[in-house]
Design a protein around this ligand. Structure first.
Ligand code: PLP
Length: 340
């Protein structure tokens, strides 16, 4: 049995999803005549209470488009030091937008409104870059799947308003946050100017992300997506997978969260585990006690049993539960952990 916990992106489309894809009505989305893409965009926009949405081949491209929308070269955005846009998008912030990042030393990828306010450069001080954007990530990836307190997000929104800053949410795993905290998409839609959401993570699609925002924003985003090479033709086959996922794969995320929590409990009982970060959603981040076994040996031992997890650097290891991680695999994995 192969158990792959390196990411929630490793899932294969289910039979139901494949059927939906095969039966999709498609057109040419560059001419905006793909019925399935149009339906997905309308549905996602409505879900978040936004005017419009745009389908993207990746979350990276959706985030990069948002950053480009909200900034001019030379300006600065504010994000946590763990942010995906800063750590894992290939330097796109500077490559695509010519923008720098002011990093906040937050808690598990989350910052306070006070920290954000303190990071804004005075707009009349022309020596420093002009601050124009704040980027949030929910759930936090490098922060271990932590969920934001929506009250703090509201406070940051106020700071943005007072200082004329745009407010973007990298919601690659917002689906997980909403299930874990029983929140509604409109609660995020009313706070943020733009939100990117992923369908290829916990929702189990092969490809796809959507950016939501105002009509004016999405008109601009369409051109940026084109420039970045993200204009796709019969993309409806992919949009159909996302439509299927919206209907079938959201509430079941609670099951991934439960399994992640149980893995965390099992890890805490192992003598050579130094620390397991609190588990709120489907991500488990933990550290091995120094002087016990090395990270490489631990990974090898698991691999011998057909179990793959991933190292995140700085002594941290990560596992992510997902819809292809079955009850049967979970039972085997917990047993294997006990025997290590
Ligand atoms: C996965 C992820 C993205 C987008 O990644 P793609 O692989 O480009 O789809 C963006 N933000 C976060 C927090 C992610 O985990």
């Amino acid at each position: 049995m192969n158990i792959n916990l390196i990411s929630d992106t490793v899932t294969q489309p289910s039979k139901g999803m494949l059927d939906a894809m095969m039966n999709a009505q498609v057109g040419d989305d560059v001419f905006k005549t793909d019925a399935s893409v149009n339906e997905l965009e309308a549905k996602t926009a409505a879900l978040f209470g936004k005017e419009e949405a745009l389908f993207f081949p990746s979350g990276t491209m959706a985030n990069q488009t948002a950053i480009k929308l909200h900034t001019q070269p030379g300006e600065q955005l504010i994000c946590d030091k763990y942010a995906h846009i800063y750590n894992y998008e290939g330097g796109g912030v500077s490559f695509n937008s010519g923008v720098s990042c002011k990093l906040i030393d937050g808690h598990r990828g989350m910052m306070t409104a006070e920290q954000v306010e303190g990071a804004i450069n005075p707009p009349d001080f022309y020596h420093s870059p002009l601050t124009t954007l704040v980027c949030i990530e929910n759930t936090t990836n490098k922060g271990g799947g932590a969920c934001w307190d929506i009250e703090e997000l509201k406070k940051i929104k106020k700071v943005c308003k007072n200082h004329n800053l745009a407010y973007h949410l990298d919601g690659a795993r917002i689906w997980n946050a909403m299930v874990a905290k029983n929140e509604k998409p409109e609660q995020f839609g009313e706070l943020f100017d733009t939100i990117s959401v992923c369908f290829s993570k916990g929702l189990g699609c092969p490809v796809g992300s959507v950016l939501v925002g105002s009509k004016a924003m999405m008109d601009k985003a369409l051109r940026i997506r084109k420039i970045l090479g993200g204009g796709m033709r019969q993309a409806g086959y992919l949009a159909a997978a996302a439509l299927y996922a919206l209907d079938h794969n959201r509430s079941r995320l609670a099951d991934d969260h439960k399994k992640a929590f149980e893995i965390g409990v099992a890890l805490e009982n192992l003598p050579f585990i130094k620390k397991v970060e609190p588990i709120e959603t489907n991500i488990v981040i933990f550290e091995i006690e120094e002087g016990s076994i090395t990270e490489a040996v631990f990974l090898d031992k698991l691999l011998e049993q057909g179990i793959s997890i991933i190292g995140m650097g700085q002594g941290k290891l990560r596992m992510v539960t997902h819809l292809d991680y079955t009850d049967e695999m979970h039972a085997v994995f917990l047993k294997t952990l006990k025997k290590l």
